[in-house]
Design a protein around this ligand. Structure first.
Ligand SMILES: Cc1cc2nc3c(=O)[nH]c(=O)nc-3n(C[C@H](O)[C@H](O)[C@H](O)COP(=O)(O)O)c2cc1C
Length: 393
């Protein structure tokens, strides 16, 4: 079952499960949303506040990552933290250059930097230069950045406080409820200090329709490739026992369904869930995207530059935290950019780069991350996280 079908198609679930019974409900964690060891990192993330730099890692692991792959590893000393990417934790043909995994590393770096200031450190990042290439045959941890820490002024922030409340919201949004102009303005300025990253924001219906159409067509096309679905399926956690065991990946609880549909979906056997997911409403994905009054595109100078990817990730994390702090929901919708990678990897004409490029109207900026934001109709749930002990070298 592929990610987009799994995540949005489950929204079409109207099947009532007659068999199964209460035991299955317990077994599948219907009554335990957000509970168990897989969710503890959301609760105990401030436990190390007096314990040195590990507190920063506890914040970093709550960041976003593609398919919740959590590709990060950290080497921690009293005065530095090195960030490594574990290239083995990838989604295969969906992300053939690990561009998205590198963006996820940038998301973790942003949380880490916010936590540094909040924990009384002055932090300086050094990025390792590099260009992305095809996934190595023998993946190995690769150093991407080093954060040097000295004692500094302890300062909290609304973004830092929003870290444990930031969850990707895949439910429908309220189309009539516009976002406040001050919020849109702050969002648009998030990257203004960066020379390598720029955010483009779209609120006009005609523009959003274009992006939704491009994304929806990209979604259908990319997931029609069985190699892509294989790479994606590796991270889909249907069984509650696997959610608690692996503590990563995409779960039914995070799919953005109303509570009853979530409970029903969790009780379905896999074959039934697949069937329900494949029967979503026509134009379901573009309608979902269009329920949000704002679509944004994060762009960089060079989509396949390592440092540019990390910077884009930092900006997404910051944008989503800002939204969370202001009661606004957000969701990435990256199929169009994933198709840019796909077309490149398959030596095809760069159709999606052209379509998105026309929309931006500025060839100096390359799209690398697409998202939408608005006021939610449903509360988003946390996704599982591996414990800090598993990600420290
Ligand atoms: C680079 C990147 C790409 C992503 N693309 C999508 C996407 O296209 N659709 C989606 O629903 N979520 C997408 N996500 C969100 C992740 O699935 C999400 O961050 C992860 O499951 C962890 O959940 P959380 O953000 O609620 O903590 C993306 C995240 C990152 C960092």
């Amino acid at each position: 079952m592929h990610r987009r079908s799994f995540l949005k198609g489950a929204g079409a679930v109207t099947v009532v499960v007659i068999g199964g019974g209460v035991w299955r409900a317990y077994d599948q964690g219907v009554f335990s949303v957000g509970e168990g060891s897989a969710y503890e990192p959301w609760e105990d993330w401030r436990n190390d506040s007096n314990n040195g730099p590990l507190a920063l890692v506890r914040a970093a692991i709550l960041a976003a990552s593609p398919h919740n792959t959590q590709p990060w590893l950290f080497k921690v000393t009293n005065s530095s933290i090195e960030l490594y990417i574990d290239t083995n934790r990838n989604v295969g043909a969906l992300d053939p250059y690990l561009r998205e995994e590198h963006i996820g590393m940038g998301c973790a770096l942003e949380n880490l930097m916010l936590a540094a200031t909040a924990n009384g450190y002055q932090a300086a990042v050094t990025f390792l230069p590099g260009k992305l290439g095809p996934i190595a045959a023998e993946p190995a941890p690769t150093l991407l950045a080093r954060v040097d820490l000295v004692s500094g002024k302890q300062e909290g922030s609304e973004l830092y406080d929003a870290i444990p409340r930031r969850h990707t919201n895949r439910g429908a949004y309220l189309p009539q409820k516009a976002l406040p102009p001050e919020f849109i303005d702050s969002l648009g300025h998030l990257a203004s200090d960066e020379s390598e990253v720029k955010i483009f924001l779209f609120t006009a219906e005609a523009d959003r329709k274009k992006i939704a159409e491009i994304s929806s067509a990209a979604n259908s096309e990319i997931y029609s490739d069985s190699e892509v679905t294989r790479g994606s399926d590796r991270w889909i956690r249907i069984h509650w026992s696997n959610v608690q065991k692996f503590r990563d990946g995409l779960t039914i609880d995070a799919a953005g369904l109303p509570p009853i549909a979530t409970a029903v979906a969790k009780m379905m056997p896999l074959w039934m869930l697949r069937l329900a997911s494949s029967r979503g409403p026509k134009n379901g994905y573009s309608n979902l995207m269009l329920s949000a009054p704002l679509i944004g595109i994060i762009t960089v100078r060079d989509r396949y530059d390592q440092q540019n990817c990390l910077l884009a990730g930092r900006i997404w994390q910051r944008a989503h935290l800002l939204a969370t702090a202001r009661g606004v929901a957000g969701r990435p919708c990256n199929e169009a950019v994933e198709m840019i990678d796909y077309e490149k990897a398959h030596d095809r004409a760069a159709l999606r780069a052209k379509l998105l490029g026309e929309l931006l109207g500025d060839p100096a900026w390359q799209p690398t991350f697409v998202f939408y934001m608005g006021y939610p109709t449903l509360t988003a749930h946390a996704s599982p996280r591996r414990p800090v002990e598993n990600v420290v070298l």
